[in-house]
Write a protein of this length. Structure first.
Length: 193
């Protein structure tokens, strides 16, 4: 396997299902790493500060009403800065992750029961914010569920054209974190690639 094929095509329109995916060994890991590092090197090199980014977020999210996913994700990232909110944050984000795992799409608007109420799923910032959140959660918990979701979300983002510099900077940050997590995990398992 010379190619990491999971981020090819338009994954918003034709999602990758990842069902019963065969593992191709070190060739697969090398193809993954080369693909990600090439993408990272092509993105804007402006430095990213997580704390500054979270401090800059604003939200109009209100519970028990229809909401924009971007407001919900901003709200959740703001809450995640306070460890007192960790159970609520985890519950909220797990609801959206379940939706993503089933449809591989993040819709722009949901109702209070987390059912999508729009057909628009093309707002890339939602994928970036969810990937960032999964990165933070994985780093804090080492729960593979968040790393797995991060990989899938990043594959989806990778398959898209990023139109805004700030989004590019954020994507570079989450990709760098992802590659670092995978490298550390492989080192822990004594797998070098």
């Amino acid at each position: 396997m010379n190619d990491y094929s999971y981020s090819h095509g338009n994954l918003l329109d034709t999602p990758q299902k990842y069902e019963k995916t065969k593992f191709y060994g070190l060739d697969f890991l090398n193809a993954y790493k080369i693909s990600r590092l090439e993408k990272i090197s092509s993105l804007d090199s402006t430095s990213f500060s997580l704390s500054n980014f979270i401090d800059s977020l604003t939200t109009n999210f209100q519970e028990d009403v229809d909401f924009l996913l971007s407001d919900f994700l901003n709200h959740t990232l703001i809450l995640s800065n306070n460890s007192l909110n960790s159970d609520l944050v985890k519950k909220n984000i797990d609801s959206i992750l379940k939706k993503f795992e089933v449809k591989k799409k993040l819709f722009t608007k949901y109702n209070s029961n987390f059912n999508e109420i729009t057909s628009d799923y093309s707002f890339l910032k939602n994928y970036l914010l969810l990937s960032l959140f999964c990165s933070i959660q994985y780093e804090n918990s080492l729960s593979l569920k968040y790393l797995n979701s991060c990989l899938k979300i990043n594959d989806t983002i990778y398959s898209q054209k990023i139109n805004f510099k700030d989004d590019e900077i954020l994507f570079k940050y989450v990709l760098e974190k992802e590659v670092d997590f995978i490298t550390k995990l492989c080192n822990k398992k004594e797998v070098s690639f």
